[in-house]
Design a binder for this molecule. Structure first.
Ligand code: F6P
Length: 380
C-alpha cells in the first residue's frame, strides 16, 4: 500500500553540474506516479527556505518531463558560505539557520531531499538535526569526492569534457611542438585529472594526492624531446601541491583565496627548464555546464528513484550511494567523513604508471632526475 499523502521538498545545493535536472525529474516521477505525493522545488538551495515567505514551486510530471538532458539546475543553487555564518549584502554576518528550519515547517514538508556535495550535505544534516526535519541526501559533484559512493552526479560529464579537451589538444600541440597544459577543477581530489589524463592519453598527470616535482616533470619532457617527441600533454588538477605541500592560489582584491593558476605557474617553469613553448588551457566551468552524459543521466535517475523510496520507508539521515553496480544507502555522516580522494596505490594510479604516464613524483626510476632540479620557493 502506498504511504499516505505527503508533501516533500527537493533542493540542489553547492556548485551546479550536469545531471541535476535528471535527478529532480526522477524524484518527481517516483513521488507522484508511485506514491501520489506533492513535490515542492526549493529555489536557490537553503536561501529559498530562509526567504519569507519561502521560495518554492510545485513540481509535477508535467513540468519536469523534458528536463532530463538539460544542464544546470532548474531550481538554482548556491555554493557560497554557510547559513550558520551568512554574510548579507551589507557585509554583516548572521546565523540564518532558524529561518531555514522555519521555512521547512512553513511549507508543510514531511521530508527534504537535498542534492549536494560533501559540504552541502554536512550543512543540510546539521540543519536537519537542529530543526528536527527529515533529510535524504543525493551525492552530486564533478569532483567525485563524496565518500562511500563510487559515483556522484556530474563527474562523468566533467570527465567527458576534460577528455575531449585533451583529445583536441594533441594535434595542435604536435603541429607546433608545444607543451599544452590543461588545468582542471577538482579541489582536493584529483579524480577528474586522473580519469581525463588516462582517457585522453596525457604524458603527465598531476593530482593533489601525489606531490609533484618540477624537476621530474621537466625531465619527462626532456626525455620525450630526446626521443623526437617535441610535444607533450599535461593534465593538472587545480589543487596540486609540491613537496612542501604548497598549492597555487589566487587572492582576489577582496582578500579571498581561490584555487587556480597552477597551469601558468607550471608553464613558465617548464619553458624555463626545457625551452619548450608552452600554452595553458583552463576549461573551468565548462566541466560543469551543458548536456549531461548518458552515464550521469542514468546515475541521477537511479539516485532520484532510490531517494524517494527512502522517504517512503521513512529512513532518514541516509544518502543514496552507488556501490557494487547498484544503488544502496549509507549514513550521511559516514559519507561525509569518508572524503574520497585518489588512492595513490589504487587501480587508476597503477594504470597511469603502467602506461608510462609521469605523475610528477619521485619514483625509483626518476629520483635521480631531481638532482639539480630548480627548487620551488614561492607560490603566490
Ligand atoms: O566543487 C565543485 C567545483 O567545481 C570545484 O571543482 C571547483 O574548485 C569549485 O567548484 C569552483 O567553484 P565556483 O563555481 O565557486 O568557482
Amino acid at each position: 500500500m502506498a504511504p499516505a499523502q505527503r508533501r516533500i521538498g527537493v533542493l540542489t545545493s553547492g556548485g551546479d553540474c550536469a545531471g541535476l535536472n535528471a535527478a529532480i525529474r526522477a524524484i518527481v516521477y517516483r513521488a507522484q506516479k508511485t506514491y501520489g505525493w506533492e513535490v515542492l522545488g526549493i529555489e536557490q538551495s537553503t536561501h529559498g527556505l530562509a526567504a519569507s515567505p519561502p521560495r518554492a514551486r510545485p513540481l509535477t510530471v508535467h513540468n519536469v518531463h523534458d528536463i532530463l538532458n538539460q544542464g544546470g539546475t532548474i531550481l538554482g543553487s548556491t555554493n557560497s558560505g554557510s547559513p550558520f555564518a551568512h554574510v548579507d549584502s551589507s557585509g554583516s554576518v548572521k546565523d540564518i539557520s532558524q529561518d531555514i528550519i522555519d521555512g521547512y515547517h512553513e511549507l508543510g514538508l514531511s521530508a527534504l531531499i537535498g542534492i549536494g556535495g560533501d559540504g552541502s550535505l554536512a550543512i543540510l544534516r546539521k540543519l536537519a538535526i537542529q530543526g528536527g526535519f527529515n533529510l535524504v541526501g543525493i551525492p552530486k559533484t564533478i569532483d567525485n569526492d563524496v565518500g562511500l559512493t563510487e559515483r556522484a552526479i556530474g563527474f562523468s560529464t566533467a570527465v567527458n569534457i576534460a577528455t575531449e579537451a585533451v583529445d583536441r589538444l594533441h594535434c595542435t600541440a604536435a603541429s607546433h611542438n608545444r607543451v599544452m597544459i590543461v588545468e582542471v577543477m577538482g579541489r582536493d581530489a584529483g579524480h577528474i585529472a586522473m580519469s581525463a589524463g588516462i582517457a585522453g592519453g596525457a604524458n603527465v598527470v598531476l593530482v593533489p594526492e601525489i606531490p609533484y616535482s618540477i624537476g621530474v616533470i621537466a625531465e619527462t619532457i626532456r626525455q620525450r624531446q630526446a626521443r623526437g617527441k617535441h610535444h607533450s600533454l599535461i593534465v593538472v588538477a587545480e589543487a596540486v601541491k609540491n613537496a612542501d605541500r604548497e598549492a597555487v592560489v589566487n587572492t582576489t582584491c577582496t582578500g579571498q583565496n581561490r584555487l587556480g593558476g597552477i597551469g601558468n605557474y607550471l608553464a613558465e617553469r617548464i619553458h624555463a627548464t626545457t625551452g619548450a613553448e608552452t600554452r595553458v588551457i583552463v576549461p573551468g566551468h565548462l566541466l560543469r555546464g551543458g548536456t549531461p552524459s548518458p552515464f550521469d543521466r542514468l546515475t541521477a535517475s537511479a539516485f532520484g528513484i532510490a531517494a524517494v523510496d527512502l522517504v517512503a520507508q521513512e529512513r532518514y539521515d541516509r544518502m543514496v550511494a552507488w556501490q557494487d553496480r547498484q544503488v544502496k544507502d549509507v549514513a550521511i555522516e559516514d559519507a561525509i567523513n569518508e572524503y574520497a580522494t585518489v588512492d595513490p596505490d589504487g587501480t587508476l594510479v597503477k594504470t597511469a604508471r603502467g602506461l608510462g604516464i609521469c605523475l610528477g613524483d619521485c619514483t625509483p626510476d626518476s629520483c635521480d632526475l631531481m638532482v639539480g632540479a630548480p627548487k620551488v620557493t614561492a607560490i603566490v
